[in-house]
Each structure stands twice: as C-alpha cells, then as structure tokens.
Design a protein around this ligand. Structure first.
Ligand SMILES: [Mg+2]
Length: 319
C-alpha cells in the first residue's frame, strides 16, 4: 500500500461532489451560492486526547466529522463539504483506512456533504487528524455568540451530561450495560437542522463542547451580559439521571462535562411558540434553563433559589 493507491482506492470515491474536482487538481474550486457567505471551521482530533484509540476507525472518523458539523450548526450554516488532513503512525494498515473511510462515507450521505481535498502523511507520533468543514449561510444571517440581550431566555437542545458519562464508561471507570451514554460520547449528533432553523430566531448561539457553564460564559462575554441558570431545569436523559443519582460529583458532570455537542442559544421570550414549532419539526427537544441578565455575573441557582458554587466550570486543554 502506498499513498497514491490509498488516495485512489479510499479517498477519491468520497470526493465525487461539487468542488472537489475528484481530487485530480492541486486544490478544490468552490463557488459560493449567490447571496451566501462561506462558514469555515476546523477541529483537530488526537489519539489519547480526543479519542481513546480502541474505537472502530469508522467511529473515530464520524466523530471527527460531526464535531465540525456541530460548529457549522452553531452558526446556522448548511454543511457543504470538508477537507481532511490525516497523520497516521506506521501501525495503521489498509483495514484501518477501509474502516475510517467507510465511516466518512456513512456521514457524508447522512449530512449531504463531500470530501473536497486534504493530505495524508505518516508520522512517528500518535494517530491524529484534522478536518476543516465548509458550509453556507445566507449573507448576514449567521448565528453568533455576541447577540444575547438581557431578558432573553437561555435554551439548550437535547440532553446535557450524557457524553461526559459516556467518556467515563469508555475509560472503564464503570461497567454499564446500557449503550446509550457511550453512544452519546462516541457519536455526537450535530444539530444541523436545528441550527439552520434558528436563523432569525436565536439572538446568540454556540455548540456546547467544553462544558455548559464555560460555554455559557463565552456567550455572556461576547454579548456583554450575565446569566441566571436554574440547575433543575437542565434537561437530563433518564439514563444520565439514574447514574448521576449515585454520584457525589453529579453537578460537575452536568455543568462542566464536555463533548455534549448540543446547541446553547438565547432568544426573546416572545418567540417561544416559534421555538416549540421548530423543536417539533426538527424532532429535537429544546429546554429553557435560565435568563440573560444585564448584571454580568453568571449565577447558578438551586430550586430554592440559593446560589450554587462550582469548583470547575469546564474543560480547558491548557489548564
Ligand atoms: Mg464550537
């Protein structure tokens, strides 16, 4: 197996969409649809940091693609395609490439995207790859972090904390027979349709990757606001509830656990009916968990209204 046969056999078939030029040229050639802006995001995934390494290569590939699609969703963009840079140690064989590219193919079809180009190289270090995803959004309509207004409701999609629990199961911290939480960690569901539907409705939006409270702080900092969160309103899956009821650090897992890849957004209380319709149409639950405030503090309250102090706010790669 050499680089060119790997590309020809496994990557060219993924690049049949518009713009890729079937990987025959030196670069991709992309036309932005009239009246649209290009939204571009990049994420790197490294074995031992972002995945354990005992997952199926197809799962690792899909996760890599999905975390990027989640960033496009956060901006309200429609996904178009992606670039892939793949750095593999010599232990990676052809079976690995077969499984990895099969995973990409499944999600390309699911999300209507194409491979646009990239690079593969052998390295002495751990397996790593980086994906750059491209999407389009009507000009001026991208969702951003900085538009929250005092009085806006704060919403999250789906359920929070599943993935942080799934990671502990993946790391064998506990035995758990239910695969739901592990699946939530291995295969996040980017809220692409929801993000696109929130254009004109959400005042600020981002995806939760580093923990709910830390990411909320990003929205508040960008918007020049604060927030009050009611802890008991944070939506939990029944699987998470069961496990968390036995744990002493349940709050930290819910509030600061990473990898949720749900959308965190704000919207005026006057659009709650439109949001209900969107939740119904996209089949993604949306839950109001608090309010944006003028005062710049971020407060977390229990159901008696007293303030909860958190020791850890989220995940920081450099901490
Ligand atoms: Mg993000």
């Amino acid at each position: 197996m050499n680089e060119f046969t790997i590309i020809e056999k496994y990557f060219v078939p993924l690049a049949s969409g518009k713009g890729s030029l079937n990987l025959k040229d030196d670069a991709a050639l992309i036309q932005t649809p009239l009246g649209h802006e290009l939204v571009i995001t990049k994420d790197a995934l490294v074995q031992g940091v972002h995945f354990i390494g005992n997952e199926e290569p197809s799962e690792i590939a899909r996760k890599g693609l999905r975390v990027n699609l989640s960033d496009l969703a956060a901006m309200g963009a429609e996904p178009f395609g992606y670039f892939l840079a793949l750095m593999t140690p010599s232990s990676v064989d052809e079976n690995w490439f077969r499984s990895f590219t099969a995973g990409l193919k499944v999600d390309q079809e699911l999300y209507g995207i194409t491979l646009l180009g990239g690079d593969t190289t052998r390295i002495p270090g751990p397996l790593s790859f980086s994906i750059t995803a491209l999407g389009f959004v009507p000009a001026g309509q991208a969702l951003k972090r900085g538009g929250a207004n005092p009085g806006d409701n704060i919403y999250v999609s789906g359920t929070i904390g599943d993935s942080a629990l799934g990671l502990k199961i993946a790391q064998n911290e506990w035995q758990h027979s239910d695969s739901f939480l592990l699946q939530r960690y291995n295969l996040p569901e980017p809220r692409v349709e929801l993000g696109m539907a929130l254009k004109h409705i959400a005042t600020a939006c981002m995806d939760i990757s580093d923990g709910l409270m830390q990411d909320l702080r990003h929205i508040c900092n960008c918007s020049g606001t604060g927030a009050v969160i009611q802890k008991d309103l944070i939506p939990l899956s029944k699987q998470a509830k069961t496990l968390l009821s036995q744990m002493h650090n349940a709050d930290e897992i819910i509030l600061a656990g990473g990898d949720d890849y749900e959308l965190l957004f704000t919207a005026s209380p006057f659009v709650s009916e439109a949001l209900e319709a969107i939740a119904h149409k996209t089949n993604v639950p949306i839950t109001s968990i608090g309010k944006i405030t003028e005062n710049k503090d971020i407060e977390l309250l229990n159901n008696e209204g007293s303030r909860i102090h958190l020791s850890k706010w989220g995940y920081d790669h450099f901490a």
